[in-house]
Design a protein around this ligand. Sequence first.
Ligand code: NAP
Length: 296
Amino acid sequence: MPTALVTGSSSGFGRLTALALARAGHRVFASMRDPGGRNASVAAELRAIGVAEGLALEAIELDVTDEASIAAAVQDIEARAGGIDVVVNNAGLAAAGLLETFTADDAHRLFDVNVMGPLRVNRAVLPSMRARGAGLLVYLSSTDGREMMPFLALYCSSKFALEALAEGLAYEVGPLGIDSVIVQPGTFPTTSILKNLVAASAPERAAGYGAVAEMPGQVFAGLGELVSSGNAPDPILVANAIVDAVAMPPRTRPLRVVVDASGFDGTAQLNDAARIVQRALLAKFGLSSLGAPWLA
Ligand SMILES: NC(=O)c1ccc[n+]([C@@H]2O[C@H](COP(=O)([O-])OP(=O)(O)OC[C@H]3O[C@@H](n4cnc5c(N)ncnc54)[C@H](OP(=O)(O)O)[C@@H]3O)[C@@H](O)[C@H]2O)c1
């Protein structure tokens, strides 16, 4: 039975992905912060579903900003399951508003989860994946990891950084048998958009922006209406896309999977253009084999 580790499983895509992977026959470690305290009810709920449905599903502690927490979780899973086949780097925070209203400390907090988190988790699992010559690294990026949505500069920059980190690592570990899949959801009604936001510590800086200062509120009111309306897309689409990618044979998986019900295909267009450029760049340096199979 393949083993999967999902980060940020206390809500949203992480919770749904942990459940969907377990239902697809994986042994799943649904990791989260504080499963014995703040997140005790969701940890208990996941365990209860696991028991009721006969799933191999466990809730464990893992904070992606804490090296010791990551090391303890990975060592525990490797000792009990013999290795980790799939890591879903899902944990993430959002931030919305004028960039100048965020301090460097605010930005650090966001990047610590969205960018340094996957970097830390990958570094913990890669030694055993390399030793076995197999593994799959999945990342929850976003269409905001490709498109530059105004007033989401901080969030977009963290997802742009995640995209570069994930693709760069894919060139290095792909030849060792380790696949990478970057999932790029559009807007879905999960908690992050509604409440899991890094707040701007310097909102007074908006005062000098005149009419531009009003725009973020207008944009995000519209977004809030969309996600709280009955017309919002079902987040299970993202979990199902991850299950589908995991089910594909190694070395046949796409590097990027867009999951967006909005009808705007900007991210797919940018992915296609980037694939052409990357294929040419790698060929120029005699490195084409590193991009197989997704650039082929
Ligand atoms: N919803 C969307 O429209 C959308 C679109 C594109 C991409 N995404 C991405 O999808 C991912 C999941 O977000 P979501 O939409 O499902 O939102 P969510 O429900 O707010 O889930 C985010 C999860 O990250 C966890 N988390 C935060 N900091 C953590 C840390 N230091 N260590 C471990 N876990 C931590 C949160 O857990 P706590 O309970 O501990 O706070 C929460 O379970 C994120 O990377 C997000 O950027 C979302």
